[in-house]
Design a protein around this ligand. Structure first.
Ligand code: GZL
Length: 328
């Protein structure tokens, strides 16, 4: 039995090193440790956005010649914490992670700090009093995304000459940065406008299946005539909602205004078909920018504390004929 356990440990170690092989290394030979090793804890695979983000990180690590230890937490914070601890034991050069929620990270990030391993937050923020627990945040300005969604709605209401519009909101994962700030930014943009009533806000957890469940509940509660606008925090939940609306004979984009966030190809296609009215862009293509930060850190250079990628908004009022394929 003991022999089997030893063999299994050796196999696991070879597997990890195999995953790092083919990267730049500071010694000759395939199984030598690459010159730079990144420990990456990805929160899950809940959406097209997340899958695109993981692909972006994997490609960028290859392009830069860095070793990448990737762990997928499947939407469980405790798995992210365990992965970060394993990166610390392996003494990676940099830890990158996308925190599924904002709270509960102090202990493990203090362990990384004591181990002298810099931590880059990618995509989502943490709510920590001590901002020395992370070296940099690179990800969207979610407040701006929410504001862009609200500013579109004001323009749409003007265009419709609407006297009054009832809004329902399907939010992302509770206590996550994109959920909190997309909600806040939207309210900041439309708050003073008497034409709008926010009927209800419920969480679809960024999942398509839960977006469907939310839409069924909202239709049951308010009826097909009671909802004028749906503001959904990501395309997956939006696409789930569209399926439900069309299953009861409604025409999303015409009978009800659909505002989404992300900009994955399937949602942009629905926008071009007139089934979605507006998408606030949130790019998943952060890998190259993350690895540039890793490279700077590995050279002992200072890096900015916060970096937001350029983002925009796509709507029915824009000429989208020249829009590049979204790549996810
Ligand atoms: C936003 C990201 C969100 C996306 C969702 O940066 O955290 O998580 O909007 C994804 O599609 O699930």
């Amino acid at each position: 039995m003991k022999k089997l356990r030893i063999l299994l440990c050796l196999a696991l170690a070879a597997l990890c090193l195999g995953a790092l092989a083919g990267c730049n290394s500071d010694q000759k030979g395939d199984t030598a440790r690459p010159a730079v090793v990144v420990g990456f804890s990805q929160l899950g695979s809940e959406s097209g956005w997340r899958i695109g983000n993981t692909a972006s990180m994997e490609q960028a690590a290859k392009d830069w010649g860095f070793g990448l230890m990737l762990d997928n937490a499947n939407q469980r914070q405790e798995k992210q914490i365990a992965a970060i601890r394993s990166f610390i034991s392996y003494q990676v050069d940099v830890i990158v992670f996308s925190p599924i929620v904002e709270t509960g990270w102090e202990n493990v990030l203090n362990e990384a700090k004591k181990a002298g391993i810099p931590v880059i937050l990618m995509d989502r923020m943490i709510d920590a009093k001590d901002d020395s627990l992370y070296t940099a945040y690179i990800g969207a300005d979610f407040l701006a995304e929410g504001r862009r969604a609200g500013e579109y709605l004001i323009k749409k209401a003007d265009d419709m000459r609407a006297k009054h519009l009832n809004i329902v909101e399907i939010t992302g994962t509770v206590d996550s940065t994109p959920m909190r700030e997309r909600q806040l930014g939207f309210r900041e943009a439309i708050g003073g406008d008497e034409r709008f009533t926010l009927l209800e806000s419920i969480s679809g957890d960024f999942l398509r299946s839960k977006g469907e469940e939310c839409m069924r509940y909202l239709l049951h509660r308010y009826g097909t005539e009671g909802i004028d606008v749906i503001y959904s925090h990501n395309d997956e939940m939006t696409l789930g909602a569209l399926d439900v609306l069309e299953s009861v004979g409604m025409k999303p984009g015409q009978d009800v205004v659909i505002i989404s966030v992300d900009g994955q190809q399937t949602a942009v296609d629905a926008l071009l078909e007139g089934r979605i009215n507006c998408i606030a862009e949130c790019t998943p293509h952060l890998g190259d920018a993350v690895m540039a930060l890793v490279d700077a850190l590995s050279r002992g250079e200072e890096i900015p504390k916060q970096i937001h990628p350029e983002e925009t908004v796509f709507s029915e009022f824009d000429d989208l004929s020249g829009l590049e394929p979204r790549g996810y």
